[in-house]
Design a protein around this ligand. Sequence first.
Ligand code: RET
Length: 243
Amino acid sequence: MASASLWVGEMCMGFAVVAFTLMGLRARAGDKHHYLVSILIVMIATASYFAMSIGQTHLTLSDGHDIFIARYLDWALTTPLLILGTATIGIRSLGSDKTHVYGAIGADIFMILTGFAGGLSVDNSRWVWYAFSCIAFVAVLLLLWGPLRAQATLAGRGAIYRRLILVLTVLWIQYPFVWLLGGEGFRVLPSGPETLWYSALDVIAKVVFGFLSLAAVNSLDPAVEEPAPLRGSSPPLTTNSPR
Ligand code: RET
């Protein structure tokens, strides 16, 4: 079951690379950077799923539990990109205040690295790593739902942004549970269902979420992006800020 779900994951990621690239070629010039982020995410996952499918980066630790380094490497690179992509849809351009986006990305990287340290642990220290990672996860969610959502609302994109982070939250919140039940945690979930659950989550969080994000980008009407200058007023300083 584990091997089949990795290969199916690999095919879905590969399909998404081709689909997002073809869609990106036809995208409006000002939107291409959104496609680029989505392509990078599934490209990295294609490499990581290939590595895992052929058994590369697989480690069996001294207490007998297994981990894939490729999985954590993938998450360390792609989750910051998912946050960046979602934030840029919500807040139009990163031109204004970047503190909260950088904060969310920093906390996210910390979350994955401490989760990895927990995965490598063979004693009870793994629970301390798990706690570090969960605290960082809460910080990510607070930043996404608090200040970044307020910025999106100010930018007139509150509804779209809220829908995206709702999907993101429902998906992401499952990862710490899989970890807790699987080989790195309490070991009550056998490796087959664990890999299947992770693969399904990864495909939905990257491929399905990618389609949703790009649909959101397309639904933003460029005509209402920049308010028309008032008659007699001076022209806006920026006329083509990235969307
Ligand atoms: C770990 C274990 C420790 C506690 C927490 C975790 C959170 C992981 C998350 C991963 C998200 C991955 C995504 C991948 C997309 O393909 C590291 C499992 C909190 C939230 C979105």
